[in-house]
Design a protein around this ligand. Structure first.
Ligand SMILES: [Ca+2]
Ligand SMILES: [Ca+2]
Ligand SMILES: [Ca+2]
Ligand SMILES: [Ca+2]
Length: 239
């Protein structure tokens, strides 16, 4: 089915939607807690999730105010919304927040980062003028537990947590990922010309590997050699 008329959850359950470039966002996490990463797509405030990698939706619900929100993220298999300094997380996909708290300085933060599998951080511009000061709240109680400096802030292409090394912090410069804790680098895909890089439990076992989005397909590298080992597809690709 082509998704052009799909605009609410009643129209998307058990449908296969594969083309049309309708998605505002792709989100990767293990939403059904079976240990394997799933694909969700967001259209405004409509979230559609495929939990068994067959390209056909299993869950659909609305949450938050869509593109009016600062951002949609995932946290430990739930969908999170950041609205100024408030965080709302829907863990059971009924469109109602099950967890909420406040963290950071809201819209003045350079970035909110949701850590894998859980935890939250803000990346902040402060006295060093680089926006590379990261404040981490491991237990999501709204209070920072540790802070550190990493990379060059706004000039980096992406920050992420859950990958490459003990602390799990890494940043991307085009197609090269750099670890915070060691000098290791990891290269995958074509960098900024990809539609996005996403960490996920693509092969289970509690390990996070990198995937890249092309069209409506996630290609993942599960042995860190920079070559794709598998792929699966959902949704219609980004707008
Ligand atoms: Ca799953
Ligand atoms: Ca809920
Ligand atoms: Ca904390
Ligand atoms: Ca590989």
């Amino acid at each position: 089915m082509i998704g052009i008329n799909i605009e609410n959850q009643n129209n998307v359950k058990s449908r296969s939607i594969s083309s049309g470039e309708l998605e505002d966002q792709y989100l990767i996490d293990d939403f059904n807690n079976d240990g394997m990463a799933d694909i969700a797509v967001r259209r405004g405030n409509l979230i559609i999730i495929d939990t068994n990698r067959d390209g056909i939706s299993n869950l659909a619900f609305t949450f938050g105010y869509g593109n009016l929100e600062r951002g949609y993220y995932t946290s430990n298999g739930g969908i999170a919304v950041v609205r100024n300094s408030s965080i709302f997380i829907d863990d059971n996909f009924d469109g109602l927040a099950d967890r909420s708290f406040s963290f950071g300085n809201g819209n003045s933060e350079s970035e909110y980062i949701f850590m894998k599998p859980s935890g939250i951080a803000v990346r902040r511009m402060d006295y060093n003028n680089l926006a590379n000061h990261i404040y981490v709240d491991y237990n999501m109680d709204g209070y920072s537990d540790v802070d550190f400096f990493f990379g060059n802030g706004a000039s980096e292409n992406q920050y992420t947590h859950g990958f490459m090394g003990i602390s799990g912090w890494a940043l991307r410069r085009d197609y090269v990922w750099h670890s915070y804790t060691n000098s290791n680098t990891y290269s995958f895909g074509n960098g900024n010309s990809e539609k996005g890089y996403f960490l996920g439990e693509y092969v289970g076992g509690g390990n996070y590997f990198m995937g890249i989005l092309r069209g409506n397909t996630i290609y993942y590298d599960s042995n860190m050699d920079g070559l794709s080992d598998g792929n699966y597809s959902f949704g219609t690709g980004l707008k």
